[in-house]
Design a protein around this ligand. Structure first.
Ligand SMILES: Cc1cc2nc3c(=O)[nH]c(=O)nc-3n(C[C@H](O)[C@H](O)[C@H](O)COP(=O)(O)OP(=O)(O)OC[C@H]3O[C@@H](n4cnc5c(N)ncnc54)[C@H](O)[C@@H]3O)c2cc1C
Length: 650
């Protein structure tokens, strides 16, 4: 049975996919599994060391996390052997080669001068952290996708520091409209849709989306209108009661908390989930709740059961029109939920997302590694990985290298040096540095910086991240989307809950797909949350799920989901899928505080990230975790602060 279903889904078809290392299968019980690319990288990097072109399971790929997990489990040093001193001495070692670590290196050199010696260590086979690039070749067409960090955007305006770095890199945010073909999909009659699945809603049905529900990265806003709404109501597989309740939710101007002041209402809404608001106050049918369930996943990695109703109000979800809430943000509102016009206008998307920012930072640090000098020409520039870690360069980036111990040589208050031990290809080596910036994930730090105060370690451990899948599926063409009139699909019950045609951005010689018969990247997003649990528990369970799901299982879900949603457009997953890259991020977004679960956020007081990021001797702590804010500007701002702390020292 499975075999014939698999054949229908095209599981037997040759495509660019299926990593030869397939997730857990090879990692369980393996002491240290080098990246598939590692062996080639270690001696003299050959030209085929090129991680962006890898497909299959990427993100936290096999070979990137096993060492850190062993350090966490206390088993690493049992078999690691003694560390070998490389004899290398640096002015700064940065742990973590994401945007924060790369920015820290850049800021440090501004103060210490271009000759300052800097080493950046990262456990992945590619630099950029979450800001990763996926490349595909389909016949004579070249396609780019973003494997993580999607764009320059932030619910709060970028700080002076972040804006200045964006400008210094040569990115003119205001020029974005000149690169994007904003009308491509709408001029082809495409608009956002909702896919109701039979497991959740009783029937598989793709329906036009006339409401502000479900986000679309293409920028194609759901279009309202009486005719479209009528069509939605006629076609959606919802019961009559659910339809009446939905109409009531959208139209009624009712105050669901009568007799309370605006502040009192906000205080109540901050302590109840939006799901509870819909069920207990608006009293809508469960089908309506299910339809809204996945809405906040792209922001917080959880559904409406774990998002405060006050945040739903800020995000302009329905139900609040008659509640007479004054427009100022309420106590405990999440920063993502506070509308800000200035921030909304500051948006720029490269075809590979913010991987372009990481690549431009690398180009500043090691100019010979990436050619060119503009924000446009970086898009097609091929990074030369052989140039990243050379003894004659003041800045070196050492990939496939997990920091396993960071300690002062002597008492932290008076030591002049820090020793950093890292594991690479099964061997442990050490380097020394005058300073170290920990730009890695905060949860890792307590295990490798044992000398930190316990209170700080506890605060660092609080920053467990939000798990996510960013899946890029390349289709041979987008005719099925075209026939169905769909540019993006919100699938509240789906494995991936959002999928969308790539944003048509062409720049620096890169051409996005313009015609339906051309290959295109479809971006799919999943957050493996577990509704009903507190947010942090949902993330912990979801992280486990991502680490233990092999690529093949995810591929089957992708084929099934696309096949069912697009069947009306003649889509055949066996014929139409050309390549798949699943970017798995069990440690994804920085955790953002939430009024439902974090009393200090609602009631005030020191936040864990403020405790976590305190400097310690010659160590400073960066990463977006240090701001408890899952955005690139946080990664940059925290790097700036961390570098400021160490450069004040002698
Ligand atoms: C799927 C996804 C989509 C996102 N989309 C956006 C977006 O559109 N816009 C936006 O502003 N932000 C987005 N973000 C948030 C993103 O996290 C930040 O914008 C930014 O890229 C984070 O940079 P960072 O350097 O702080 O952390 P990271 O990018 O996580 O980099 C930290 C690096 O440290 C490494 N590391 C950890 N432990 C060790 C160790 N022991 N030794 C060596 N290296 C180690 C990690 O593996 C990682 O490579 C997204 C995040 C994810 C996961």
């Amino acid at each position: 049975m499975r075999d014939s279903q698999d054949r229908e889904l095209g599981m037997d078809r040759p495509i660019t996919r299926r990593d030869f290392l397939n997730g857990v299968a090879l990692t369980l019980g393996a002491a240290i599994v080098p990246s598939p690319l590692f062996a080639a990288f270690d001696s003299s990097t050959p030209s085929n060391y090129y991680p962006p072109a890898q497909t299959g399971l990427r993100g936290s790929h096999v070979g990137s996390f096993e060492v850190a997990h062993e350090v966490r489990d206390g088993t690493f040093w049992d078999h690691a052997g003694s560390a070998k001193d490389t004899g290398e001495v640096y002015d700064l070692v940065v742990v973590g080669g994401g945007i924060s670590g790369l920015s820290a290196a850049h800021f440090f050199r501004k103060v210490a001068g271009p000759k300052a010696r800097v080493l950046i260590l990262d456990n992945h086979d590619d630099f950029g952290g979450h800001a990763k690039r996926n490349e595909f070749r389909i016949g004579d067409k070249f396609r780019l996708g973003y494997g993580g960090t999607f764009s320059i955007e932030s619910p709060e305006p970028y700080s002076v520091v972040s804006k200045a770095l964006v400008e210094e890199l040569g990115i003119d945010v205001a020029s974005y409209p000149s690169y994007v073909d904003k009308k491509l999909y709408s001029s082809n009659g495409l608009s956002p849709h909702i896919f109701f699945d039979k497991e959740t809603f009783g029937a598989d049905k793709l329906v036009i989306n006339p409401m502000d529900i479900g986000s679309s990265e293409t920028g194609d806003k759901p279009r309202a209108g009486a005719e479209r709404f009528k069509k939605f109501m006629a076609e959606a597989p919802l019961s009559d009661t659910a339809k009446q309740d939905l109409q009531r939710l959208l139209d009624d101007q009712k105050d669901y908390l009568p007799g309370l002041s605006s502040d009192e209402k906000k205080a109540r809404l901050a302590r109840m989930s939006y799901a509870a608001f819909l069920t207990e106050l608006v009293k809508v049918n469960d089908e309506v709740v299910k339809m809204y369930q996945a809405m906040p996943q792209p922001l917080f990695g959880v559904g409406i059961d774990a998002m405060a109703a006050q945040d739903a109000w800020g995000l302009r979800l329905p139900g609040f029109a008659g509640m007479k809430l004054d427009p100022t943000p309420g106590k405990g509102m999440n920063r993502d939920a506070i509308p800000n016009d200035e921030a909304e206008k500051y948006f720029f998307h490269f075809p590979d997302g913010n991987a372009s920012i990481a690549r431009m930072l690398v180009r500043k640090l090691i100019p010979e590694a990436i050619s060119g000098n503009t924000a446009a020409d970086v898009v097609l520039a091929r990074a030369d990985y052989a140039k990243l870690d050379r003894a004659d360069s003041p800045v070196r980036i050492r990939l496939n290298s997990t920091a396993v111990r960071v300690k002062h040589l002597g008492d932290a208050a008076s030591a002049k040096e820090v020793e950093i031990a890292y594991s690479r290809g099964g061997k442990v080596s050490t380097v020394k540095a005058a300073h170290c910036v920990m730009a890695c994930w905060h949860v890792v730090i307590p295990y490798i910086c044992e000398e930190l105060p316990d209170k700080q370690k506890e605060a660092l451990a609080e920053a467990a991240k939000v798990p996510l899948l960013y899946t890029n599926v390349v289709l041979n063409n987008w005719s099925a989307f075209h026939k169905l009139g769909a540019s993006s699909i919100y699938a509240p019950g789906g494995y991936h809950s959002f999928f969308t045609l790539d944003i048509p951005v062409s720049m620096g010689g890169y051409e996005a797909a313009h015609k339906p018969d051309e290959p295109i990247v479809v971006h799919m997003m999943k957050t493996p949350c577990r509704p009903g649990h507190p947010a942090r528990d949902q993330h912990r369970i979801g992280r486990g799920e991502l680490f233990s799901t092999p690529f093949e299982a995810i591929e089957r879900k992708i084929r099934d989901e696309l096949g069912r949603a697009l069947v009306g457009g003649g889509f055949d997953p066996g014929r139409d899928i050309a390549a798949i890259t699943v970017n798995r991020w069990p440690h994804g977004y920085a955790y953002e505080y939430n009024s439902l679960w974090d009393p200090f956020w609602l009631e005030g007081g020191e936040t864990p990230c403020e405790v976590a990021r305190k400097p310690f001797g010659r160590l400073a702590i960066a990463n977006s975790d240090a701001g408890a804010y899952a955005y690139t500007d946080s990664a940059i701002d925290q790097a700036w602060r961390a570098v400021g702390e160490i450069t004040k020292q002698s």
